[in-house]
Design a protein. Structure first.
Length: 303
């Protein structure tokens, strides 16, 4: 099994197009098609299927992709380990982070970490709701920075607390929902949920904590820009970290709804798999996250 064939299949699945994948790999499209065909013959199963927009993985292709992602990462880790034996600290780390962490922790972390380890590349992707930890399990990300789920399997993941936040309800400026003083008054509103589906998300947790049925989902989003755009241009309501809701940029478009019930308190932490937490580069990055979290705390805070 050739490494080039595996990389070709992974690129095709990620790009959803043989042409784009070939361009990314710097080879011709016929050459890429040949690599995929060779891998299919070796596996004895179709790995890609044609769609109206390009290509996508078959069930067998998805299995190969998931295992290849882990294997390729292990190979890269081995190469980096060999270089570190020579005294170099090199490699790549992928962080999944909630918007609050992207705003308050990531910039300072990148600044100080990059000064210490200029040869290490950091990739950051935004995750609005991290209770679904598939990307961490699959090895797509090395660590997640976000609200720590109450049902997190502690025998599988390691958590280090960084800071606290409170999720508060928000609506567009001028919305009638801003006059609500109780959570029950907001139940009829159309809510913007964050996550994979309406069965997850902080809004549902908040309502259920108060003994109320979760409201219907007006939209489901997975980015800060989408959340702000939907709330500011419709009459939907959403939960947002207090620090972001009160940020000068946000206050041009949205306002906090002052309910009698306290918002949803969250512990923001860094979550890693047990087999990843002991890697030297990961430990260094976590220490820089702790430093950034300390600087981000309000004066006098003991959290």
């Amino acid at each position: 099994m050739k490494l080039t064939s595996i990389k070709g299949l992974m690129a095709a699945i990620e790009e959803g197009s043989l042409r784009s994948a070939a361009r990314r790999l710097g080879i011709s499209q016929p050459a890429l098609s040949k690599l995929v065909r060779e891998l299919e013959l070796e596996m004895g199963a179709p790995l890609l299927m044609r769609t109206t927009s390009g290509v996508s993985a078959t069930a067998q292709g998805r299995v190969v992709y998931e295992h290849s992602t882990k294997a390729l990462r292990e190979f890269e880790d081995a190469a980096h380990a060999v270089r570190r034996l020579g005294g170099d600290m090199v490699g790549q780390l992928h962080i999944g982070a909630v918007p609050l962490a992207v705003m308050l922790l990531v910039p300072e972390t990148l600044r100080t970490f990059s000064q210490s380890f200029p040869e290490v590349q950091i990739r950051v992707s935004e995750e609005l709701y991290v209770a679904q930890l598939q990307r961490l399990r699959s090895g797509e990300v090395d660590l997640m920075v976000g609200g720590v789920p109450a049902d997190l399997p502690r025998n599988e993941f390691i958590v280090e607390p960084l800071m606290k936040t409170t999720m508060v309800p928000v609506a567009r400026i001028g919305s009638a929902w801003l006059s609500a003083r109780g959570l029950a008054e907001l139940q009829p509103a159309r809510w913007v949920y964050t996550g994979a589906n309406a069965a997850t998300g902080y809004a549902r947790q908040w309502f259920e904590r108060e003994g109320l049925t979760a409201p219907r989902a007006g939209a489901i989003v997975n980015s800060t820009l989408s959340l702000l755009s939907v709330v500011s241009s419709t009459d939907c309501v959403a939960l947002m970290p207090e620090q972001i809701a009160l940020h000068p940029v946000s206050r041009h478009f949205i306002s906090v709804i002052r309910t009698e019930e306290r918002g949803l308190d969250l512990d923001i932490g860094v979550i890693t798999r047990g087999d990843v937490a002991t890697r030297a580069l990961v430990r260094h990055l976590i220490s820089h996250l702790h430093r950034a979290a300390h600087q981000a705390r309000p004066t006098g805070s003991q959290d």
